[in-house]
Design a protein around this ligand. Structure first.
Ligand code: SAM
Length: 365
């Protein structure tokens, strides 16, 4: 079986490592590939069937896709691949030709192997890149091709709201993927614990990638701009043994973070402090790790205040940080100045896709 796994762009290496670890634990032969056909934000795994013995001693098949949906912290979706294809030049194709190419391709695929004709289905689509067609065009065209194919075997049923089976059709640049989406309509990064929705919250998958970049070893850890608590909560859910602190200036968000932590079952494991990160040393004497999604000024506050906020914060951070800091922001100039002028060194930089933007991420020490 081949699974197409989706995640944010720029964290495919962490997603790959996680999938390798999870599949190794299953003890089945597998291989994992980052960015199949060069597509960012995608990881492909080819994995053998896995089995377990039930309480009556019978051999049962274990669903690898369910296992990954349940266990992953970095993936967004787990899709059973039906086919992947490169459509050279599809970006320049007029809509009619582009859609005809997709339709002919899908019509040739044995989709009947993946869905019973008696089961209702829907097609969800995703598109990224320059094309003259929209994702709605793709969903309609693929839906029609699947319907016509299934008609050979009975009377297919479409249910756009509550389908039994979700086909996922993706056109990313010139690459087209078709598969069965085992995750469902809600991406895995939308955590069930999120009862308070901060307007600028970080995707939980990216929070986990930032934690991986920090490599926390059990020492004290702080998110000094914790908002709704995504980073501290995800760290606590990983069973972190050390002290975890979340600092936030606005009571409304801090209360929201506490509600989220309560809903995640980790409130006891996090110390939440109402305070100003530009006075960090008033609240903590020393921390080993600081990981944060900094205010960008786009959604929160005035953008002109960002350079001073960063400068003041990194000045304070220099007084308390012992090991590593990991920060994500769109404000490249402001953060790089604040890092340099406060005596930190950039150990690693990468771009991560978040909310349609590629956001700068720094590991400093
Ligand atoms: N990672 C968070 C989450 O997932 O909910 C979102 C963080 S948001 C980008 C930045 C947060 O920094 C906001 O909640 C904002 O209220 C807070 N903030 C802004 N200025 C602050 C300051 N001086 N000290 C502490 N927090 C501040």
């Amino acid at each position: 079986m081949r699974l197409i796994l989706t995640t944010s762009r720029g964290i495919e290496d962490f997603a790959r490592a996680e999938v390798e670890r999870l599949l190794s634990d299953l003890g089945v032969p597998f291989r994992v590939e980052e960015k199949p056909l060069g597509v960012e934000g995608r990881v492909l795994t080819e994995v053998d069937r896995a089995f377990y013995t039930d309480e009556k001693g019978r051999k049962r098949e274990l669903s690898v896709s369910t296992y990954l949906n349940e266990r992953s912290r970095l993936l967004h979706r787990v899709i059973v691949e039906i086919a992947s294809e490169r459509f050279e030049g599809i970006g320049e194709d007029e809509p009619e030709r582009a859609l005809r190419r997709i339709k002919e391709f899908v019509a040739s695929l044995p989709v009947e192997r993946f869905v019973k004709v008696s089961e209702s289905f829907a097609v969800r689509s995703f598109r990224r890149g320059e094309h003259k067609i929209t994702s709605v065009d793709i969903a309609k065209t693929v839906g029609k091709a699947i319907f016509e194919r299934l008609e050979r075997f009975g009377t297919p049923k479409v249910n756009l709201d509550h389908p039994a089976v979700i086909f996922r059709a993706e056109l990313i640049g010139e690459v087209f993927f078709l598969g069965i989406d085992t995750t469902g309509d809600s991406s895995l990064h939308k955590r069930p614990w999120r009862v308070y929705d901060h307007p600028a919250h970080l995707k939980a998958s990216i929070a986990n990638a930032l934690i991986e970049l920090a490599e926390p070893d059990g020492g004290p850890f702080i998110d000094p701009f914790c908002g709704s608590g995504t980073i501290p909560i995800e760290l606590a859910l990983r069973g972190y043994g050390g002290k975890i602190i979340g600092l936030e200036k606005f009571r409304k968000h801090l209360n929201g973070a506490k509600m989220n932590a309560l809903s995640a079952g980790v409130l006891e494991g996090i110390e939440f402090i109402l305070g100003d990160a530009t006075r960090l040393s008033d609240y903590v004497e020393s921390v080993d790790f600081a990981v944060s999604n900094l205010p960008y000024g786009l959604k929160i506050g005035r953008k002109s205040a960002i350079p001073k906020l960063y400068m003041d914060f990194f000045g304070e951070l220099a007084k308390v940080l012992e090991k590593r800091g990991v920060f994500i922001t769109t404000e490249k100039r402001a953060i790089e100045r604040a890092i340099e002028e406060n005596g930190f060194e950039v150990k690693h930089h990468r771009l991560i896709g978040h909310g349609g933007l590629m956001v700068h991420t720094y590991v400093i020490g």
